[in-house]
Design a protein around this ligand. Structure first.
Ligand SMILES: Cc1ncc(COP(=O)(O)O)c(C=O)c1O
Length: 390
């Protein structure tokens, strides 16, 4: 049975060979602690970290790489931004399609006296910037939205939201977990103040990597404090970037792999990745429209989407479909609520959830055609209401 990996929205696989080579090469040859010592292995490790920062700066068009701080993942980056900025009495605006990595910190901050408005998106996951405008208050201190929905693949209008954030002089935090490495992002052109990203999805790096871009002029309190290898004579946290937010030894091996993933993408071109994923989404939508019993969520227009599609099959639970796809067809998909209950409420798919395919650079049209054939068989089975037999 072939392996068809359609769970790139959870984490990407396979990684380019250069990513594994960079991780193992670092561990074998340059495993010092970055910025902590003056010897050559420590210096080499620091160079790995700065090379990663420079690669990310090139990718996101950040002119000063020190404004990109490394985190363990997008969740860590989002928490850093949210807890670093929001205080009792502040008002924050978000959307109904956010991942729990945004929603849970915000719901917790509510218990600490932060006021929250969740702007409803349409059942297709689309956000109307005018609805965001109407939610603004004089106390609004932050706007936070995802860039691409991890449930339904809808791309939100971040440039329009950034424009209204600028008008109201309110910082704008974008969760680029599903779009970094898959859709071109220019933080300056888009007018984004804070960009949270994860390293292990579209950026093709290892798990345990991610980061936050912090625009000049945005002041955040650090989430944790501790050793940075810099300013060691002082017992208070240094205030300069990136050290203020990078306490504790970094995941240097992971960053080495992340840098290799980003450089792979810079060579391929993010536009090429976007075109490839769009072609797979278009092929999926086209084939799905001929399959009786298949309900696909989200916009029909592929230009309004990233490489994520969500669907259900009549007569079957999403978890059953996922199990059958894996065990009978070798297809890896994610099922259920995708850590985003509010997004499923928006779509009308709560609490059962959906089956999600997350496409990536290494998926092919042949993978997609095989998966559609499998979905045809599963849909025919769902219509009968009998036990599945492989
Ligand atoms: C939209 C979105 N935000 C945040 C996250 C959290 O990413 P990580 O697990 O890397 O922290 C994910 C991952 O599923 C996501 O899809």
């Amino acid at each position: 049975m072939p392996t068809i990996y359609f769970d790139n929205a959870a984490t990407s696989w396979p990684k380019p060979p250069a990513v594994s080579a960079a991780v193992s090469g670092h561990l074998a040859e340059a495993g010092g602690n970055p910025g902590r010592s003056g010897h050559r292995m420590s210096v080499a490790a620091a160079r790995v970290v700065e090379d990663g920062r420079e690669a990310l700066a090139e990718l996101f068009h950040v002119s000063d790489p020190s404004r990109l701080v490394f985190t363990h993942n997008a969740t860590h980056a989002l928490n850093l931004a949210l807890y670093g900025l929001l205080r009792r009495g502040d008002h924050v605006v978000t959307t109904s399609v956010e991942h729990n990595s945004v929603m849970r910190p915000l719901r917790h901050l509510e218990t600490l006296g932060v006021e929250l408005t969740v702007v409803p998106c349409t059942p297709e996951g689309t956000l109307d910037p005018d609805a965001v405008e109407r939610a603004m208050r004089p106390t609004t201190r932050l706007l936070v939205t995802t860039h691409g929905s991890n449930v339904v693949g809808t791309v939100l209008p971040i440039a329009a939201v950034a424009a209204l954030a600028r008008t109201h002089q309110v910082p704008y935090l974008v969760d680029a977990s599903q779009t970094a490495g898959a859709i071109p992002i220019d933080v300056q052109e888009a007018g984004v103040d804070l960009l949270a990203f994860t390293g292990h999805k579209g950026l093709l790096g290892p798990t345990g990597t991610g980061g936050l871009y912090v625009r000049e002029g945005i002041v955040l309190a650090p989430l944790i404090r501790g050793g940075t290898g810099s300013d060691s004579a002082h017992e208070v946290q240094p205030e300069f970037l990136p050290d203020v937010f990078e306490s504790g030894t970094l995941n240097v091996a992971g960053i080495a792999g992340l840098a290799a993933g980003v450089r792979f993408l810079l060579d391929v071109g993010i536009e090429a990745v976007q075109a490839h994923e769009r072609a797979l989404v278009a092929r999926f939508l086209e084939a799905a429209s001929d399959l009786a019993g298949l309900t696909v969520y989200g916009p029909r227009d592929v230009t309004a989407r990233c490489g994520v599609v969500s669907f259900n099959i009549a007569g079957a639970m999403s978890s059953e479909v996922g199990l059958i796809l894996d065990q009978s067809f070798g297809i890896m998909a994610r099922t259920g609520l995708h850590c985003a209950p509010s997004a499923h409420q928006t779509l009308g798919t709560f609490p059962g959830g959906t089956v999600r395919f997350g496409f990536g650079w290494f998926n092919t049209a042949a993978d997609l055609d095989a998966a559609m054939e499998a979905l045809g068989a599963v849909a025919a089975w769902g219509a009968k209401g009998v036990a599945w037999t492989a």
